[in-house]
Structure formats: structure tokens, C-alpha cells
Design a protein around this ligand. Structure first.
Ligand SMILES: NC(=O)c1ccc[n+]([C@@H]2O[C@H](COP(=O)([O-])OP(=O)(O)OC[C@H]3O[C@@H](n4cnc5c(N)ncnc54)[C@H](OP(=O)(O)O)[C@@H]3O)[C@@H](O)[C@H]2O)c1
Length: 237
């Protein structure tokens, strides 16, 4: 376990595959850093799509990426998704493919447009609906966190930290991860690139237009093969 953090959760996560400790440590140690971490993640095609235009995305990444996503859920205390992801995928956002606890599910739906029948709002596990439109204090079985409009993502992170969520996993979709990136609130970005081209579809990143290449965001990254895909770990801080 050279280089791996001495963390009880980490040990539990490796229970299923201790032989991978060496390769997983560099990827997950920053997530387990003292003081917490905000990690964004997307699985995209070679042409930078995370879903078809109609919203179908299961699955762009392979089995390794799915497992990676569940491992991040298990390591983080909160998992954040945008309204579009709940609308299209109706995810449970629970930890099922690795040992470990399920995080608090946090859904950003400022205008309260999602119906309460979605699984995150009806299965009884802890969920938080983040809204800016005034309304009831609960939505299905979810608690509502009402924040001033327009939504300030730094205020949302502060509210989550006040609830004991130091490790926060921004799981998607593209608009949500892009807004956290634009606000400078991500510590790490995990982007899985799958060897496929859709040719059309929803973009991974949607940021203000730039006129020249040197205005684009350029990073250092560390590649991690997760068969059959490639995961890029980008350190933003
Ligand atoms: N490949 C992957 O890794 C991956 C991961 C997750 C999801 N997906 C797919 O991606 C698609 C969804 O992604 P998406 O980019 O279209 O949508 P999204 O990021 O899931 O949700 C975007 C919506 O969330 C609300 N929202 C999020 N952050 C906000 C903020 N800071 N301020 C105000 N509103 C905010 C807004 O809702 P309102 O406009 O209603 O106010 C916004 O339109 C689905 O098809 C899903 O299947 C793919």
C-alpha cells in the first residue's frame, strides 16, 4: 500500500481488490486529502459528448468507469447532480459496486421542475433538493435546501460542509460540472474518455465562448488506464 492514505474507508474499499492498491492510490489519495475535496467527473466520447441529443448516456464508459464512479460515491459524503441527469437517468446515486457507504444525494433543480416520483426523491435514502424558487420544505422524501437566486455554488458547498460533507463528488451532467469548473470550485476533475464517437449529442463541457486557442483552459493531467477506457485525473488546485 505504498503511497496510499491510511484511511479506514480506503482500507474497506480495497477489500475487494487489494492488489490494485498501488494503482488506485495516486488517483484517490487527493480525494481523501485532509480538509476535503470537491471532485467533478464525466465520461465522454472521443468527440466530447456525454449523451446523445435525446439524453441517452448508458453507458459511454465501460465497467471500469462505472466501478470508479461507485468508488467515488463511497469515498465522498455528498454526490451532486443537475436536474437534467435526474430527468433523463432517474439514478439512485447509491454505492452498489464496491463496499462502502452511500453519500447524501444532492440534486440541483433551482426551479423545482422535477417531479417527486424520481427515485432520489422517493426511495427514502437521504436526499437534498437544492432550489431557489420558494416552496415546501420537503419534496417527496427529500429535504429541500432553499438558497437565494441566482444560485451561488460556493454557498451550496458551504451548506454541505456545514452538514459534515467535506468530500463532495459532482457526478454530472455536463452543465453542472461546467458551472462548478467555471466558478473555480473543483479541486480535481476525473474525465473518462471512451473509444467511441457519437458525432452529435450533449457536450461534456459548456463554457463561455473563447476567440483564440490560448484563451482555453489548459491543464496538466495524469492518465490512468481503466479498461477499455482512459481516465484523466486533472489537478485544478
Ligand atoms: N456521461 C456522463 O458522465 C454523464 C453523467 C451524468 C449525466 N449524463 C447525461 O447527461 C445528460 C444531463 O446532463 P446536462 O448537462 O444536460 O444536465 P445536468 O448538468 O444534469 O443538469 C443541468 C440542469 O441542472 C440545473 N442546474 C445545475 N447546476 C446549476 C446551477 N449552478 N445553477 C442553476 N441551475 C443549475 C439547471 O436546471 P434548470 O435548467 O431546470 O433550472 C440545469 O439546466 C443526461 O442525458 C444524462 O444521461 C452523462
Amino acid at each position: 500500500m505504498d503511497g496510499a492514505p491510511p484511511d479506514a474507508e480506503w482500507q474497506a474499499l480495497l477489500a475487494g481488490e487489494p492488489s490494485r492498491a498501488g494503482s488506485l492510490a495516486p488517483l484517490f489519495a487527493p480525494v481523501l486529502a485532509p480538509g476535503g475535496c470537491v471532485v467533478g467527473r464525466l465520461a465522454q466520447t472521443l468527440d466530447g459528448r456525454i449523451a446523445t441529443r435525446a439524453g441517452h448516456s448508458q453507458w459511454i464508459g465501460g465497467a471500469g468507469d462505472l466501478r470508479h464512479t461507485h468508488r467515488l460515491r463511497a469515498l465522498c459524503q455528498a454526490v451532486v447532480v443537475g436536474a437534467g441527469t435526474v430527468r433523463e437517468d432517474d439514478p439512485r446515486l447509491s454505492t452498489r459496486l464496491v463496499p462502502g457507504p452511500s453519500p447524501l444525494r444532492v440534486v440541483i433543480d433551482p426551479r423545482r421542475r422535477l417531479p417527486a416520483h424520481h427515485r432520489v426523491f422517493s426511495d427514502g435514502a437521504p436526499s437534498l433538493l437544492v432550489a431557489t424558487t420558494p416552496g415546501p420544505a420537503t419534496h417527496g422524501t427529500a429535504e429541500v435546501l432553499e438558497l437565494p437566486a441566482p444560485l451561488d455554488l460556493a454557498a451550496l458547498l458551504a451548506a454541505l460542509r456545514a452538514r459534515g460533507c467535506a468530500r463532495i463528488f459532482v457526478e454530472g451532467g455536463g452543465q453542472t460540472v461546467s458551472r462548478f469548473l467555471l466558478a473555480g470550485l473543483l479541486d480535481r476533475l476525473h474525465v473518462t474518455v471512451a473509444p467511441m464517437i457519437l458525432g452529435s449529442g450533449r457536450p461534456a463541457f459548456d463554457l463561455p465562448e473563447v476567440a483564440t486557442v490560448h484563451e482555453g483552459l489548459r491543464f496538466a493531467w495524469t492518465p490512468h488506464p481503466i479498461e477499455p477506457d482512459m481516465l484523466f485525473d486533472v489537478a485544478l488546485r
